[in-house]
Design a protein around this ligand. Structure first.
Ligand code: FEO
Length: 391
């Protein structure tokens, strides 16, 4: 195991995990992930920035050993989630003199999550600095990207930002530097959609603050290092922008084809009106793909049959996911089918209600659609097109 140089005195000592398929037992990881830890060596002190998922502790230890490091003075813990903090107990066993440097809130979280002793910590306030000897770490409190305790670490002399999860990508690659973004931007957008999108308003504030920093590199805790930081910063500005695009998402599920007929008619009708339409069959769709398209869609049309009086569970699940991710969409519509009644449309409307979308139409067909059902779908398409024309 070898450390990999970022610049003189700053090395990547993290781990690749190409086998990981899910994060938080929820988010699919089609390209695996990495747990990035970095070591910064000053003339007097050595700091490790974040650790790795505990299963990869030996990889971290091996990479530190490859640099001949026998002492760590500080472990900067930007974020308490266990994929970065989980190795802290073992690291303190190996480097008992090391202090964990983090926000006060992060200290409390790590005491709860990892049962670490109080005296293992040094807490830092926003703007505090730590002198390593010719290298200075500045700490930037950045709550809710994506947990409330998070901070970013700025290495002044080398102008490297270590933002932990922010600007990350679930992308297990031996490529160290992202360059112009290809092929990392796709996984980075997926990562933003799944993890950061609910916090878009906070991220906008943090981006404004970061504009005061002359950043040479961004070294996140997942995925490659952004050696052209404008690539990912500009992408985040775009993804967090308030206005959605001329795009309609249609997550649907169909049992015997009735709902599908409504969906197909809607897709054709919207496409003919110059609107980008992305249908997702929820039986097969990777929810990460749905999340990516939610980043800039203006309208969500959810379509489902009735099962035992309720909305099909896959549609309810998609509505719950959309609600949790807080996309910038403005409009919604609901299509459905039933044989003898039910409350699927009310259920789906209720699940989406926290998003405060303007509902442009609802239509539930009894059995197989007839011409008047298709006419209702066309009315919904027309209402969507009218709103999209104002975007
Ligand atoms: Fe990569 Fe929020 O943990």
């Amino acid at each position: 195991m070898n450390a990999r140089k970022i610049v003189d005195g700053v090395h990547w000592v993290g781990a690749l995990d190409p086998d990981r398929q899910f994060f938080d037992a929820l988010i699919p990881l089609p390209e695996g992930t990495s747990y990035n830890a970095y070591v910064v060596q000053g003339a007097d002190k050595t700091a490790l920035i974040d650790t790795v998922e505990p299963a990869f502790l030996d990889v971290l230890i091996g990479r530190l050993a490859s640099l001949g490091i026998t002492n760590v003075d500080y472990i900067i813990s930007n974020h308490a989630e266990q994929d970065h903090s989980g190795s802290l107990p073992d690291m303190l066993q190996r480097f008992p003199a090391a202090k964990i440097v983090c926000t006060p809130r992060c200290k409390n979280f790590e005491i709860d999550l990892l049962h670490l002793p109080e005296d293992a910590f040094v807490t830092v306030e926003d703007g505090d600095t730590l002198d390593l000897g010719g290298r200075t770490l500045e700490f930037i409190h950045a709550p809710f990207v994506h947990w409330p305790e998070t901070m970013l670490t700025w290495l002044r002399e080398d102008r490297i930002l270590f933002p932990c999860d922010l600007f990350g990508s679930h992308y297990a690659s031996s490529v160290m530097l992202a360059g112009d973004g290809a092929p990392v931007l796709g996984p980075a957008k997926r990562y933003y959609a799944e993890i950061m999108m609910p916090f878009a308003k906070m991220i906008v504030k943090h981006l404004k603050r970061l504009a005061d920093y002359d950043i040479a590199m961004i070294a996140p805790s997942h995925g490659p290092v952004w050696d052209q930081p404008a690539v990912i910063i500009d992408a985040y500005r775009d993804w967090t922008a308030a206005e959605p695009g001329n795009k309609v998402l249609v997550p649907f599920v169909s049992m015997h084809g009735s709902t599908r007929e409504l969906v197909d008619h809607l897709v054709e009708n919207l496409a003919a009106r110059g609107i980008e339409v992305v249908p997702f069959n929820l039986l097969y769709t990777d929810l990460g793909h749905l999340a990516v398209e939610l980043v800039d869609a203006a309208t969500i049309v959810i379509a489902a049959p009735t099962v035992l009086g309720d909305a099909h569970p896959l549609a309810a699940y998609a509505a719950l996911v959309a609600k949790a991710l807080k996309p910038k969409a403005k409009y919604a519509a609901i299509l459905g089918s039933q044989s003898w009644g039910g409350k699927m449309a009310d259920q789906l409307a209720g699940l989406l209600a926290p998003l405060k979308l303007e509902v442009l139409g609802t239509h539930v067909v009894n059995g197989k659609p007839r011409s008047d059902d298709f006419a209702k779908v066309e009315e919904i398409a027309q209402a969507i097109a009218a709103k999209h024309a104002e975007l």
